[in-house]
Design a protein around this ligand. Structure first.
Ligand code: SF4
Length: 495
């Protein structure tokens, strides 16, 4: 009987076609950047977990990549015999293969083991329960006595004190009962895996919500090319709530043309109408009235942020969005446009310096400060005010001046090329065709900005490369705020 890895069984839980393709057509899989980032974050959390669970350096890590499966499983068995704490402990039994992140001896006789799976998420998710059920089944079938099974997640409320002290980063969730009670279920998954893997062809499975749940599937491009494509797909309808999704699923509607108007709210009806008639919606009077409430001079602000599963700067929390850059345009009453910015790539915490520079650049005037989807900028400003009480008053004064340009765009403007999105990257090329993010060299979106920042602060990155990244980041963030200036002008009839 073939042994299936835990990850293969998890793929089967998501979709039998995915499982079959992973076994028989793995070359068709394309991993997304998000998936790669998740692996990277998981890797770093794993490293810290090993330090936390083994402060005395007594544990041994099984090297499955270097040794191969058979040797790794034998090595694990030898280490357990020697009552040694083990990382990446390998087991094969009952038709499955699994590697446990942490195995800790209980110290009692007969010897039992506590198994811990380390996750980079901030809470236990349903698939984690499947995951530990497989781990526990394989280990117990291999003859290991388990005293407990836990999932250690990241505590996003914990603040890193600095100095490499990561005690408190992880919090354990006991899943012993749940994991041990599901052996029969796991056996069914393994039986099903044997059946599906023996099929000559992939099982029929249409793409759907399961392709992203719990993870985006790397075979989506392969599967989707065989699906009939709607001319006006329903995912162009903005903000489809659960009720609308259910109604469309129940009627098997995939094209906007088939969606009854009475299921849609006014904005969705507008998107449908202007998409199907290929016309632009622009309430120029309403847009000008909205903006008249915030007269010139006005400023336009955008942050670029970075987040770490494992914080690297004291005073920050896991996954906290930390601004490392801003761009600030100022539009004067006479039409003059001024620009300022902040960016540091020295690898030190940029927060305090950024806060001080921003306070100086915004000044204590009453000018409005436009942001696009302003809740994000306001949240970052409030977090900076909390971290640096000495700058709280001027930072909170900036919060009070922030005006959101996104609701005005959403209410007053729609071009069919937006395909249901009011992200600035969708609105800008429609409203101001001469300005395009795709014309930028290197960094063209927020994800690329994060990657570029991480590369720039990495110790091995050359100074020449850092300078190239600096120019790309400055150009990208500058376009974000200049885009707002131009939208403001278009909405005010100054195209
Ligand atoms: S893309 Fe969807 S349907 Fe295709 S294998 Fe993946 S989960 Fe299954």
């Amino acid at each position: 009987m073939r042994n299936f890895s835990k990850s293969k069984l998890m793929a089967l839980r998501q979709c039998p076609k995915r499982f079959w393709l992973e076994i028989h057509r793995p070359a068709l899989r394309i991993e997304s950047t998000a998936a790669e980032a998740r692996f990277e974050a998981g890797h770093h959390v794993g490293e810290i977990a090993r330090r936390l669970y083994d402060p005395m350096g007594e544990a041994v890590m099984v090297d499955v990549e270097g040794q191969g499966f058979a040797a790794a499983i034998q090595h694990t068995s030898d280490l357990l015999q020697a009552q040694q704490p083990v990382f990446e402990a390998g087991f094969a039994a009952g038709g499955a293969l699994a590697f446990a992140d942490v195995m800790l001896p209980s110290g009692e006789q007969p010897l039992e083991w506590r198994m811990v799976e380390v996750k980079s998420s901030t809470r236990v998710k349903p698939y984690h329960c499947d995951d530990v059920a497989v781990q526990a089944y394989v280990a117990r079938t291999a003859g290991v006595r388990l005293s407990g099974v836990a999932v250690a997640c990241i505590d996003s409320s914990w603040t890193y004190p600095g100095g490499g002290d990561y005690r408190g980063l992880l919090h354990e969730n006991d899943l012993t009962q749940e994991a041990l009670a599901r052996e029969e279920e796991v056996k069914c998954w393994i039986d099903r895996a044997q059946t599906v893997s023996a099929l000559d062809q992939a099982p029929e499975m249409a793409v759907g919500p399961h392709c992203d749940d719990p993870f985006e599937c790397g075979f989506y491009g392969h599967c989707n090319q065989h699906e009939s494509q709607a001319t006006y797909p329903i995912h162009w309808l903005p903000r489809r709530g659960a009720r609308l999704k259910q109604a469309l699923d129940a009627r098997q509607i995939t094209d906007m043309r088939d969606v009854p108007d009475d299921l849609l709210n006014p904005v969705q009806q507008r998107v449908k109408h202007h998409t199907l008639t290929d016309t632009v919606y622009f309430d120029s009077t309403g847009a000008a009235e909205d903006l008249a409430a915030h007269p010139l001079p006005a400023q336009f602000l955008d942050f670029e942020t970075i987040q770490f599963a494992v914080p690297i700067w004291a005073g920050t929390r896991p996954y906290q969005q930390i601004p490392f850059q801003y761009s600030l345009h100022t539009l004067m009453e006479n039409g003059e446009v001024l620009h300022g910015d902040f960016l540091t790539l020295d690898g030190e915490d940029p927060s305090r310096r950024l806060a001080m520079a921003l306070v100086a650049d915004c000044g204590d005037r009453a000018w409005p400060i436009f942001a696009y989807n302003a809740g994000f900028e306001k949240s970052r400003l409030r977090e900076l005010a909390l971290r640096f009480p000495e700058h709280a008053a001027p930072l909170l004064a900036i919060v009070d001046r922030v005006v959101d340009l996104l609701p005005i765009a959403r209410e007053r403007y729609y071009h069919p090329s937006q395909k249901g999105s009011w992200s600035i990257k969708a609105v800008l090329p429609a409203a101001v065709p001469a300005l395009r993010y795709s014309d930028l060299a290197g960094v063209q979106d927020g994800g690329m900005a994060m990657d570029a920042y991480l590369e720039a602060i990495h110790p091995v990155t050359s100074l020449e490369r850092v300078e190239i990244i600096r120019r790309q980041l400055l150009a990208y963030c500058q376009l974000d705020t200049y885009a707002m200036v131009r939208l403001w002008q278009v909405f005010n009839g100054h195209a």
